[in-house]
Design a protein around this ligand. Structure first.
Ligand SMILES: Nc1nc2c(ncn2[C@@H]2O[C@H](COP(=O)(O)OP(=O)(O)O)[C@@H](O)[C@H]2O)c(=O)[nH]1
Ligand SMILES: [Mg+2]
Length: 320
């Protein structure tokens, strides 16, 4: 989801900076001038690499304050809001110091009278620049991990009216999402589950809607989750404008209705602000007398009506 460049370690950044600087050379009229200008250019080159590399990281990481609540919560749970801010702050701190050192050393070199003195100033500046970069190695390593985590975040559109499908495994959630999506649902990874979620979209009367199948997230009791997993799952609350809770009254899914009812109760408890529509699937096999919308995701029976109900409920919400 987030397109952030690879984050190098302190040693790799220094390597890159000094290697590039080592290739710099300058032909002066005298030996002193040659050494002076070459070293000034080396300092500029190496500090530019460090300053711009770290600047690139600061720019590339999304500002958590400007994210939708869904992504803000995912970043906070999976990466850590404060740690991310602090690590990016450390980049700015380091860049500032490196630029300052290079600038001061350039001034010293410009007024130095001997080759030896010039070498001394440049070497000491390199040493101090290295030391600042090494001091943020931990933060760089943290950012590298954060980048890999955030890159894998599912791409969803937080601005689209969104239907989240919940229910026990094998009740027919994927089948439903597949059936109501206009194109093949996109497969995405969601942190905190090993299963893939499916993100579909469809249009109704010129408006687009998003429908998300959430295996591994809303298909077992939330009380079994550790607190971090739970917070990660609950990020979905910010995304879901409506939840379809799907039952399989045939129980061929492997879960008794009683267990499915209990799962619904825990989802209701955690998604208090989100309307939940209860649906019974597999009506081609069994129709119960319950007052729920009945569909067959397999044959398509009742699915159009369900979509109408969902769209009507969502457009009522938009008007509020
Ligand atoms: N007879 C029947 N089978 C269904 C229906 N919907 C899904 N299934 C079957 O139930 C199984 C689980 O469906 P799936 O969509 O993968 O369930 P999920 O785990 O909730 O995503 C599959 O074998 C489907 O073919 C239905 O309406 N009728
Ligand atoms: Mg599924």
């Amino acid at each position: 989801m987030f397109d952030i460049p690879t984050v190098l370690t302190a040693d790799e950044i220094l390597d890159k900076a000094f290697k590039k600087a080592s290739k710099v050379d300058y032909e002066g009229r005298t030996r002193l001038e040659t050494v002076r200008e070459t070293n000034i250019a080396k300092l500029k080159c190496s500090s530019d690499v460090i300053v711009s590399t770290m600047g690139k990281y600061v720019k590339a990481f999304p500002s958590i304050d400007r994210q939708s609540p869904f992504y803000a919560q995912l970043i906070d749970v999976a990466v850590g809001r404060d740690k991310l801010k602090k690590s990016l702050g450390a980049m700015d701190w380091c860049r500032g110091n490196v630029a300052r050192i290079a600038k001061a050393a350039t001034k010293d070199i410009a007024s130095a009278r001997t080759i030896q003195r010039i070498d001394e100033v440049r070497r000491s500046a390199y040493g101090r620049m290295s030391s600042f970069v090494k001091q943020v190695d931990r933060e760089l390593k943290f950012l590298a991990i954060a980048r890999n985590t955030m890159k894998k975040f599912p791409t969803v559109n937080p601005d689209l009216p969104t239907i989240v499908v919940a229910g026990a495994p094998n009740v027919g959630k994927s089948q439903l999402v597949l059936r109501i999506s206009s194109a093949k649902p996109r497969v995405a990874v969601y942190p905190f589950t090993t299963q893939e979620i499916h993100v579909g979209t469809f249009q109704k009367k010129y408006f687009a809607y998003q429908v998300i199948d959430t295996p591994g997230l809303l298909d077992r009791e939330l009380s079994e989750r550790n607190p971090m997993e739970l917070r990660g799952i609950l990020a979905l609350r910010h995304l879901a404008d409506i939840v379809v809770f799907m039952f399989d009254p045939t129980e061929t899914c492997g879960y008794l209705m009683e267990q499915q009812e209990h799962l619904l109760a825990t989802v209701k408890d955690q998604f208090r602000d989100v309307p939940i529509i209860e649906v019974e699937n597999k009506s081609d096999l069994l129709k119960t007398g319950a007052k729920r919308i009945r569909i067959s995701a397999e044959t398509g029976a009742g699915v159009d009506k369900l979509v109408d109900v969902l769209v009507a409920a969502l457009s009522n919400q938009q008007r509020l």
